[in-house]
Design a binder for this molecule. Structure first.
Ligand code: NAD
Length: 523
C-alpha cells in the first residue's frame, strides 16, 4: 500500500482548532481517522445530553436576536460566506478527502453545493419570505396576510457521504429564514462541516447561532430531537423511521431524505454519440463518490435488442477506471468510507454470486490500496431475492438487466420500495419524457444520471415511497423552516346577520352573494 502525501493544510493545530467548538463535558472523544491510511487525525469530543441541552439554550438565545435582524442584513452574511467558501474550496476538499476517502473530483464538486444553494436563496428568499397579502372572505373590507416566521431552532442530522453539503446546504435556508441550527454530523466526517461553520462565522454569522454536537446517532438523537423545533434528517431509511417517529411524538415537523435503489432505463434509439455520453454518465452514476451517492444508479435496464453492445461498452469503461488513494486528481474512484462499509458492500456481492449472479468486472476488496477500497463492480443476473437485488448497497456495485418492452422496463424500474432518483436515456426526448412520467420517483434525470436534478436548486428535490418525506431546494426548501401566521383584518363588522335582521333573509342574502362572488371570480 502506498501512503498518500497528506495535504500541508491538515496540521494538528488546524484540526484541533476545528473540533474545539464541539462540546464534550466528560472528556470522552472519538478517534477521527484519515480513511486512506486508518491513521488518527484528531480526537473528536463527544457530546452528552447535558451538552446538547446547553447547545440548544445558546442557540435559542442567539436566534431571538438573529430573527430581529432585517432579512437584507441576514442575507449580507451569506453574500460574504459565498466568497469565503469558494476561496477556501481546496482546503475544504482536503478535509473531505481525509475524512471520507472520496476522490479529488468528488471532493471539489461537493464544495460547490453550499455556494450554489446560497446563490439560489439570495435571489429567492426576499420574495418567498415576504408577507403576502390575500383577499379576505368579504371583498374590500377584509384582508388576510400570510406571514412566515422562523420555527426557532432547527436540528440537522447529517450523513457521512456528503458531509459538507448535507451539514451546510440544509442549514443555509434555515438560517436565512431566521432560525438557529444545531447540527449533528456523522463522527467520521465532522471536520468539513466544522470548517464551513467557521467560514460562516468569519462572514458575520453571530456566534452561538450555529451549534455542532457530536456523538453516535442513538446517543445524541433523542436529546437533539426533543429540544428541536424542526428536524432535517438525511440518512438511511431505517434511521429515518426512528427520527420520524420521535418527531411525530413531539408534534414537530421533519424532512426525511433517505435511501434509494435507483434505476436507469436506456432506450433503443441511442445513436453513437448518445452511447458514448451514456457510458460516461452511467459510469459516474454507478461509481461516482465510490457509489456512495443517495441518488446513484444501482440498476441499469438495457433493451434486449442492444444488450450485448451496451453491456460491453459499459463494462469496458468500468474496468478501465483508475482507483486509488491520492489527494490529487489522479484516481477516478476513491475509497469507501470505512472497513465496516467495505464489508457491507462485499457481503452484497458475495450474496449475489452465491445465489447465481455473475461478476462482469470488479467484485473484490483492494487492501493493497488502503483499508476500505472496493473495486467498481458490474453484475449480471441479479434477482430480487439477492441483497443487491432489492436493498440499497450504497457502494460501487451495479446490476445490468434486460427488458423486452417499455412496459416491462417501467414495471421493473418501479418494482422497489424506494423512489429517490431515476434516469432515462434516449435520443427522442419526448419519448424519454413520457417514460419518465411513469416512473415512481422524486427525481428523474433525462440523459443524465443524477447531477442535473440535484443541481437544479429552484426545484424541490426529495424522495417518494420509503425514500423520504418532504424536500430540499425550491421554495419548499425554505418555507419548511417557517411557521405560517395568518393575520386577518376586518375593516368593518359585516360578517353575520345585522342586528334585528331576519335569519332566513340573512341566509338568502349570504347564498346569493356566494353565487355573485363566483360569477365575479372574487374567490
Ligand atoms: P445513517 O442513517 O446510518 O446515519 C445518518 C446520520 O444519522 C448519522 O449522523 C448518524 O450518526 C445518525 N443516526 C444514526 N442513528 C441515529 C438515531 N437513532 N438517532 C439519531 N441519529 C442517528 O446513514 P448513513 O449510513 O450515515 O448514510 C447513508 C445513507 O444516507 C444511505 O442510505 C443514503 O442513501 C442516505 N442518504 C440520503 C440522501 C438523500 O438526500 N436522500 C443523501 C445522502 C445520503
Amino acid at each position: 500500500m502506498t501512503t498518500p502525501t497528506r495535504p500541508a493544510t491538515l496540521t494538528d493545530e488546524f484540526l484541533e482548532g476545528l473540533v474545539a467548538r464541539v462540546p464534550g463535558s466528560t472528556g470522552a472523544t472519538w478517534k477521527l481517522t484519515e480513511v486512506y491510511t486508518g491513521e488518527v487525525l484528531v480526537e473528536l469530543p463527544q457530546s452528552t445530553p447535558a451538552d446538547i441541552e446547553r447547545a440548544f439554550q445558546e442557540a435559542r438565545a442567539a436566534q431571538r436576536l438573529w430573527a430581529q435582524w432585517p432579512l437584507r442584513k441576514r442575507l449580507e452574511v451569506f453574500e460574504r460566506a459565498h466568497t469565503l467558501m469558494v476561496d477556501n474550496a481546496l482546503t475544504t476538499a482536503d478535509l473531505l478527502q481525509a475524512e471520507s476517502g472520496k476522490n479529488r473530483r468528488m471532493a471539489v464538486e461537493e464544495t460547490c453545493d453550499p455556494p450554489m444553494v446560497i446563490s439560489h436563496y439570495l435571489k429567492r428568499a426576499p420574495k418567498v419570505l415576504a408577507p403576502k397579502k390575500h383577499g379576505g372572505p368579504v371583498p374590500f373590507v377584509s384582508t388576510s396576510t400570510e406571514v412566515h416566521v422562523p420555527k426557532g431552532v432547527v436540528g440537522i442530522i447529517a450523513p457521512w457521504n456528503f458531509p459538507f453539503a448535507t451539514g451546510l446546504s440544509d442549514a443555509i435556508p434555515a438560517l436565512m429564514a431566521g432560525n438557529a441550527v444545531v447540527v449533528k454530523p456523522d463522527n467520521k466526517t465532522a471536520l468539513s462541516p466544522l470548517f464551513g461553520i467557521s467560514l460562516l462565522e468569519q462572514a458575520g454569522l453571530p456566534k452561538g447561532l450555529f451549534q455542532v454536537v457530536c456523538g453516535e446517532g442513538p446517543d445524541v438523537g433523542p436529546t437533539l430531537i426533543d429540544n428541536a423545533d424542526y428536524i432535517m434528517f438525511t440518512g438511511s431509511t431505517a434511521t429515518g423511521r426512528v427520527i420520524g417517529e420521535r418527531a411525530g411524538r413531539n408534534l414537530i415537523g421533519c424532512c426525511l431524505e433517505l435511501g434509494g435503489k435507483n434505476p436507469m432505463i436506456v432506450l433503443d434509439d441511442l445513436d453513437a454519440t448518445g452511447v458514448e455520453e451514456w457510458v460516461e454518465s452511467a459510469t459516474f452514476g454507478a461509481f461516482g463518490n465510490t457509489g456512495q451517492i443517495c441518488m446513484h444508479i444501482e440498476r441499469i435496464y438495457l433493451p434486449e435488442s442492444r444488450y450485448d453492445e451496451l453491456r460491453d461498452a459499459f463494462v469496458k469503461r468500468a474496468s478501465s477506471l483508475r482507483i486509488g488513494a491520492s489527494y490529487d486528481f489522479g484516481p477516478e474512484i476513491g475509497s469507501l468510507v470505512s472497513p465496516d462499509h467495505r464489508d457491507r458492500v462485499a457481503s452484497h456481492v458475495e450474496d449475489a454470486v452465491a445465489k447465481g449472479a455473475t461478476v462482469l468486472t470488479g467484485g473484490r476488496a483492494r487492501p493493497d490500496l488502503g483499508p476500505a477500497f472496493f473495486e467498481p463492480t458490474v453484475l449480471e443476473g441479479v434477482t430480487k431475492d439477492m441483497l443487491a437485488g432489492h436493498t440499497e448497497t450504497f457502494g460501487p456495485v451495479v446490476g445490468l438487466y434486460r427488458y423486452r418492452s417499455i412496459d416491462e422496463a417501467v414495471r421493473l424500474a418501479n418494482d422497489t420500495d424506494y423512489g429517490l432518483n431515476a434516469s432515462v436515456w434516449g435520443n427522442d426526448l419526448a419519448r424519454a419524457e413520457a417514460i419518465a412520467a411513469r416512473i415512481e420517483s422524486g427525481n428523474v434525470n433525462i440523459n443524465d444520471a443524477l447531477a442535473t436534478a440535484y443541481a437544479s436548486k429552484a426545484t424541490p428535490s426529495g424522495g417518494v415511497k420509503t425514500s423520504g418525506v418532504g424536500a430540499r431546494h425550491g421554495d419548499q426548501g425554505l418555507l419548511k423552516y417557517t411557521d405560517v401566521k395568518n393575520v386577518a383584518t376586518l375593516k368593518k363588522q359585516v360578517l353575520g346577520a345585522r342586528p334585528g335582521q331576519d335569519y332566513d333573509a340573512y341566509v338568502k342574502q349570504m347564498l346569493q352573494s356566494l353565487k355573485l362572488m363566483r360569477r365575479l371570480r372574487v374567490r
